[in-house]
Design a protein around this ligand. Structure first.
Ligand SMILES: Nc1ncnc2c1ncn2[C@@H]1O[C@H](COP(=O)(O)OP(=O)(O)OP(=O)(O)O)[C@@H](O)[C@H]1O
Length: 265
């Protein structure tokens, strides 16, 4: 018996049950096809995934495997064609755009390859914005911002504009912005993808540091160095989880709804 559910029923019966509270994030049966100019791209072809509180999970795989699409589904930036996602046990099936936006402000921090900072806002304003939007009093938002920027080595850059910063500095601002509301979950999509090796090491060090303090992280990267900072590595291939293992090589048992990784067409 796992996740508080009885053993015995078939996999599809178990999948319909409500997931246990320990998972910060859980996905079941995720499918996403992109319809663009050419042939449909079957980016995510049936993914079951559970991420426990405090885990640092890296999703690796070749270009076009569907890693970013998966992350976008998990952060509500795109909607699955099929399947469900739970955040801290809350089913997101009925979430509309506004509710997902609220979750991304409070419960999910996201960092992207190209930082996505607001170019006409200062560093300080970029970091404080999600806190203010979430209703945090301005004084507290300022305090959180000051603390994070100091921690990330960005003192003295508060009044700078994003365009005046190096790529590594911009990514640190993006990290501060993602973490200002203390979200239970941090999603990172190729956070070092546009950085040099120094910037990559810095991102790796910071992710490890926050993880060491209990931050749950899902990192998409094709960079083996970055993935090595995680304690669980998921290999993604052709829209599916091909392998799911903890750093010491033991297969993860957090994959499918039954606790065992399941692959489906
Ligand atoms: N908005 C979109 N419209 C059409 N096709 C898309 C879209 N986004 C992604 N795709 C396609 O879906 C597939 C998976 O793309 P995705 O970006 O998720 O892969 P990835 O593993 O993150 O790749 P990379 O490492 O190169 O970023 C690819 O075939 C891609 O071309």
């Amino acid at each position: 018996m796992r996740d508080g559910r009885s053993s015995g029923p078939k996999a599809h019966d178990r999948r319909s049950a409500t997931p246990g509270p320990a998972a910060v994030l859980r996905a079941e049966g995720l499918v996403k096809t992109h319809h663009g100019e050419g042939a449909p791209a079957h980016a995510v072809r049936g993914v079951d995934l559970s991420v426990a509180r405090g885990e640092f999970v890296a999703v690796t795989g070749p270009s076009g495997a569907g890693k970013s699409t998966l992350l976008h589904l998990l952060g509500g930036l795109q909607r699955p064609d099929r399947g469900s996602i739970w955040l801290d046990g809350r089913c997101t099936d009925t979430f509309g755009e506004a509710r997902w936006a609220l979750e991304r402000r409070k419960a999910i921090g996201i960092v992207f390859q190209f930082f996505n900072l607001v170019s006409n806002l200062s560093v300080a304003d970029n970091v404080e914005l999600p806190a203010l939007l979430a209703g945090v009093p301005p004084k507290k938002a300022r305090g959180e911002r000051e603390e994070l920027l100091a921690e990330l080595g960005l003192e003295g850059k508060e009044r700078s504009m994003p365009g005046e910063l190096s790529g590594g500095e911009q990514q640190r601002v993006a990290l501060a912005r993602a973490l200002v509301n203390h979200p239970p979950l941090l999603l990172a999509d190729e956070p070092a993808g546009s950085l040099d090796s120094k910037g990559t090491r810095e991102v790796m060090r910071l992710l490890s540091r926050f993880h060491g303090r209990g931050q749950t992280i899902v990192l998409v990267t094709h960079d083996a160095r970055l993935a090595s900072a995680a304690d669980r590595v998921i290999s993604f291939f052709d829209g599916r989880i091909a392998d799911d293992a903890t750093l010491d090589g033991t297969p993860s048992r957090r994959g499918g709804a039954s606790g065992v990784l399941e692959l489906r067409d």
